[in-house]
Design a protein around this ligand. Structure first.
Ligand code: NOJ
Length: 785
């Protein structure tokens, strides 16, 4: 029987199951401007803020704009000053990296009892993918294509963060990341703005619950504004340079979705955008964020970024760059110590109008009031954390939803290698990531503790007992990477260990080879790579194990797409497990043995060679498309003069949206409910058309498919990508079951930014594809006229 599924309605359905109700529907996903956040606006709130502001001295005002790291450092040169004294003077508005109820209460008592105006502190921390309960890294979470799941993760993280005294999380990171060399791709949702916007909304709603005043809500800091992920050559902190069209079409939508969902704060980024540092950029921080999007919260700089404006050479001294940052719209200085030291004199001399400072202070106070901190400044002290059964169950179920089955070819005499069948009695577990509990936690582990993390070895041991054989084979970091990371220390010689691993594989029925990156040193901030292959001798280990003739399952634990061309051609089964969090080992085992049927899909393209980077599916067309390009335009026939490489295909090894299941999904022909849609209707915001498709589970087990809709605008005043994601829906189907899935398309999906920086719809013909990845083939078309 066919069931009709409503159009993709992320936001309205996101939070069912985590006890929240969203007020925002799908139509706002790609909105042009945000709805003013009622919690941060309104007369009553502004009256309270103004009354307080009137009583503040210049020094007290500046104090609110200053944030110090009073715990540990998460950047260069952490400050070492007496925070007790500063807080008592009202010279700090926020502290970061102070963790735990006792610690935060200590400072909060000083702020509330000793400072003249009793203004509470905000306590910020990098709670990125869980606080105490560690979930998969954000790139893994994104692979679930499930905003509801992400909202649930954010909810758990918020509850735990509040118990740790944290009322402000530096999350979500919504930077579009299209270059796998960039270490922080691991913190992102990947390459696509539409998906990124949907997931950003899930994060914000999970953390803030549309009600900052709830005792278990935390304020978010959406980062890094803006376009940090477009760092040239994938080198962290590097400049970005892009057209206004690209900025608005590709990079801004997730920030806007987060603002629209009520984000209380944003963090400005380290990079420059078209020559203007993002931390002193009036265009992004004021024109777009405040004037176009009506953002009422505040902006904090990234760590030391205001002081670093001196290195960007946009002013002769600290005072000048601090003034530029404040005037551009950065309200709080994170650990830069320039607002604290240079603003007062400039206000006194008239170089900075006091009204500019007042506005920054108002924005900060609005968030403090909205969080209810004046009434409830302290955190009850609770016993030390140990994961509960519920925490573990959530972490395990979430992780299983993030593991991508990249490949599952039949093996002679076995059939599809995964899930591992009964014949695979003795399993050889090999590789440097097999017994790596710490790496399972990924970068930015917050309060996560490796003692609670389950490695793949531990999980397989629980299932297989004596039928599990193990050999590490080699280290993660050897060869070139090790030379760089270990500052010239000689690489360990793993020849003997590789030989042992080969002997271990020979004694087994199947080898599970767990390879990847060092989570702490090779992924995350300041961890860009110029090589994307498996580091050290891991590839050699893999080839040696495969040469035994035993069937091989490759399990990748990485924070980015890696270059795995050899494996893609020679290894029958590959799972991308990312860094799957505290229950990662169990979750991978659940997928290996078929207790969970994988449903995750890539949100980043896997390159064939690093030289293809930045690589993403939504490429612009060229006048000389190559054979096999997604462009679906005829190639010009002269291979030499096509837009291609002479030594590699253009396509990804595994493309965006890709991910297999233990069942097979079959797509019918997509249909559009009418041949076209009127331009005027679209412009007035009420035109919609519906694309429908039948999806059938043609296999013998139940499974979940992420049904994806892609569009191509075939004729416009500015060129449009060869494909763009404009809808997706997770559907779970029993064996043999068919579901009719519908997507609704209107102004938000069909409009684009033109050369005059206007969001427009124009008469055109659209091609539409629906399928299980960005390679979707079933095609239909409609007109805008
Ligand atoms: C620098 C990072 O870029 C940012 O993401 C983080 O939130 C801050 N440091 C605070 O640790």
């Amino acid at each position: 029987m066919e069931n009709s599924v409503k159009p993709v309605q992320f936001a309205v359905s996101i939070l069912i199951g985590v006890g929240m109700l969203s007020v925002l529907g799908q139509s706002r996903l790609f909105a042009q401007s945000a709805v003013p956040n009622a919690q941060l606006a309104g007369r009553a709130l502004n009256a309270k803020v103004d009354a307080l502001l009137k009583r503040m001295t210049l020094e007290e005002k500046i104090g609110q704009t200053v944030q110090y790291s009073a715990g540990f450092a998460t950047g260069p040169e952490g400050s070492k000053i007496s925070y007790d004294e500063l807080v008592a003077k009202g010279a700090a508005g926020s502290l970061l990296n102070v963790i735990g109820a006792e610690q935060t209460n200590h400072y909060q008592h000083i702020a509330m009892e000793k400072s003249r105006l009793h203004i509470p502190l905000m306590f910020g921390d990098d709670v990125i993918h869980g606080d105490r309960t560690t979930f998969p890294v954000p790139l893994g979470l994104a692979s679930s294509w499930d905003p509801k799941l992400i909202a649930g993760v954010a909810r758990t993280a918020a509850v735990e963060a509040r118990a740790d005294g944290i009322n402000w999380v530096f999350s979500p990171m919504v930077d579009i990341a299209r270059d796998a060399r960039w270490g922080r791709i691991v913190e992102s949702a990947g390459e696509d703005p539409y998906l990124g916007a949907a997931l950003a909304r899930g994060w914000v709603e999970g953390y803030q619950q549309n009600d900052l005043s709830k005792p278990d809500s935390v304020a978010v800091s959406v980062k890094h504004f803006a376009a940090y992920g477009a760092a040239i050559a994938g080198r962290d902190y590097n400049a970005t340079d892009m057209s206004d069209i690209t900025l608005r079409q590709v990079y801004l939508p997730p920030y806007l979705a987060a603002v629209d969902a009520g984000a209380a704060t944003l963090m400005s980024s380290f990079n420059s955008i078209n020559g203007v540092p993002a931390t002193a950029n009036p265009y992004t921080l004021t024109e777009i964020l405040r004037k176009e999007w009506h953002f009422d919260g505040f902006v904090v700089s990234d760590w030391g970024a205001i002081a670093e404006l001196r290195n960007h050479s946009i002013g002769p001294d600290g005072a000048t760059v601090a003034r530029k940052a404040l005037e551009a719209g950065v309200d709080m200085d994170m650990e830069g110590n320039l607002y604290a030291t240079t603003i007062a004199a400039q206000v006194r001399s008239g170089a900075i109008p006091e009204s500019v400072l007042d506005e920054a202070v108002r924005r900060i106070l609005r968030v403090k009031f909205a969080l209810g901190l004046f009434e409830h400044p302290y955190t009850p002290v609770t016993p030390a954390y140990a994961p509960t059964a519920a925490d573990r169950a959530q972490a395990r179920a979430v992780a299983a939803e993030t593991i991508v089955l990249l490949k599952n070819d039949p093996v002679e005499g076995v059939g599809a290698l995964l899930p591992l069948g009964k014949a695979m009695k003795t399993v050889a577990l090999i590789g440097p990531l097999a017994d790596a509990a710490q790496d399972m936690l990924g970068s930015w582990g917050a309060q996560g503790d490796a003692k609670f993390a389950v490695s793949l070895k531990q999980a397989l041991q629980e299932r297989l007992g004596d039928h599990l054989l193990y050999a590490q084979g080699c280290g993660v970091l050897t060869g070139e990477d090790e030379k760089i990371l270990l500052e010239g220390k000689p690489a360990p010689d793993d020849t003997k260990s590789i030989a042992e691993a080969v002997e271990t594989a020979k004694k087994s029925d199947v080898a599970v080879v767990a390879l990847g990156e060092d989570a702490g040193r090779m992924t995350g901030e300041a961890a860009s790579r110029t090589r994307l292959g498996l580091p050290g001798r891991q590839e050699e280990l893999l080839e040696a194990v495969a040469a035994t003739g035993k069937p091989v399952v490759l399990v990748l634990f990485t924070g980015r797409p890696t270059e795995i061309k050899w494996a893609g051609a020679h290894v029958p089964a590959i799972l991308e497990a990312w860094f799957p969090g505290m229950e990662g080992g169990h979750a991978v085992a659940d997928v290996l043995f078929g207790d969970v049927n994988p449903s995750a899909k890539l949100t980043v393209s896997f390159p064939r060679a690093v030289g293809q980077e930045p690589l993403y599916y939504a490429q612009m067309p060229t006048g000389r498309p190559a054979h096999g390009d997604l462009s679906h335009m005829p190639a010009n026939g002269e291979e030499q003069y096509q837009s291609r490489y002479i030594d590699e295909d253009n396509s990804a090894l595994f493309p965006f949206g890709w991910g297999l299941s233990y069942t097979r999904f079959r797509y019918g022909q997509p249909t559009v409910d009418r041949p076209g849609i009127g331009l005027a209707d679209l412009e007035q915001g009420h035109g919609k058309l519906t694309v429908g498709v039948d999806v059938r589970n043609a296999g013998s087990v139940a499974g979940t498919e992420v049904v994806q809709l892609y569009l191509r605008n075939t004729s416009a005043s500015v060129e449009q990508p060869v494909r763009e994601l404009k809808g997706f829906e997770r559907v779970t189907l029993g064996p043999g079951e068919t579901r009719h899935v519908e997507f609704s398309l209107g102004f938000d999906e069909l409009s684009f930014w033109n050369a005059q920086s206007k969001r427009v719809v124009e008469p055109t013909t659209y091609k539409v594809w629906v399928g299980g990845s960005s390679l979707a083939e079933a095609e239909a078309s409609f007109k805008v006229e």
